[in-house]
Design a protein around this ligand. Structure first.
Ligand code: UDP
Length: 237
């Protein structure tokens, strides 16, 4: 069986990295991510990654506590770099070659984002982790994921969450909530379904980039998605 995709952009949530901790990075969750990513690389799929920062800092939450929004967003983007380095470390510990590229230059720690260089790394089978989001305040790492996916010419954005797909209502609050197998970008926007923010969804819609939402905390699921198994929800035209 051949994988369903040649190249994917995997979006990992910062928040899920906490595991059952209140803050920071759970060594079990990050190790599980690394093992799951390795399986996908071994299928011959090119893997690019954007990781969030919500386990450390979010600009919006900071603003509620009096931190200037732009400063808070800078702090949030730095948080994604911390997570990127942690993931790089876990991947390299199990023999996966990686490069971190950041949207805000910090050449002592990582390469700056250079599209052609990133593509070259992917062609060589290295996992490329994009840190610091888009490099701009007022954006999210979901938008960064959509943007980098388009730039890298990926076949899909694969969004790892704690839920196993997209529902018509919050499945935690409403047990009668129904899961979508497929849903359109327009429906997601019109019904305000909680998948990604509207900027990210619009970017995917304009560029016809499918989004696959699935539960990444069950080990082995990232590989299942890469093989085309229908375990989550797909957002398409
Ligand atoms: N952020 C930003 N610009 C970007 C991406 C992220 O300013 O292009 C900041 C923003 O403050 C955000 C934080 O980084 O709250 C962490 O990212 P996000 O909330 O998307 O992480 P996740 O929810 O996936 O953990």
């Amino acid at each position: 069986m051949k994988p369903a995709y040649k190249k994917v952009l995997l979006k990992l949530s910062g928040e899920a990295l906490m595991g059952d901790q209140a803050f920071g990075i759970s060594s079990e969750v990050i190790a599980s991510y690394a093992r799951q990513i390795k399986e996908v690389v071994e299928l011959g799929v090119e893997v690019a990654i954007v990781i969030g920062g919500g386990n450390i800092f979010r600009g919006l939450s900071g603003a509620e506590q009096g931190v200037d929004r732009v400063t808070g967003d800078h702090m949030g983007m730095l948080a994604t770099v911390i997570n990127s380095l942690a993931l790089q470390n876990s991947l390299e510990q199990i023999g996966v070659q990686t490069r971190v590229q950041t949207a805000i230059e910090m050449p002592k720690i990582a390469e700056p984002f250079i599209k052609r260089k990133a593509q070259r790394h992917l062609e060589k089978g290295r996992v490329v982790i994009f840190g610091a989001g888009t490099g701009n305040p007022y954006f999210t790492t979901d938008t960064a994921a959509a943007l980098r996916a388009i730039e890298m010419n990926a076949d899909a954005v694969v969004k790892a969450t704690k839920v196993d797909g997209i529902y018509d209502m919050d499945p935690v609050k409403y047990p009668e909530a129904k899961k979508y197998e497929r849903v359109t970008y327009t429906e997601v926007l019109n019904k305000d379904l909680k998948v990604m923010d509207a900027t990210a969804i619009s970017l995917c819609r304009e560029n016809n980039l499918p989004i696959i939402v699935f539960d990444s905390l069950t080990e082995g699921n990232i590989k299942k998605v890469a093989m085309g198994e229908n375990i989550g929800t797909t957002v398409v035209e």
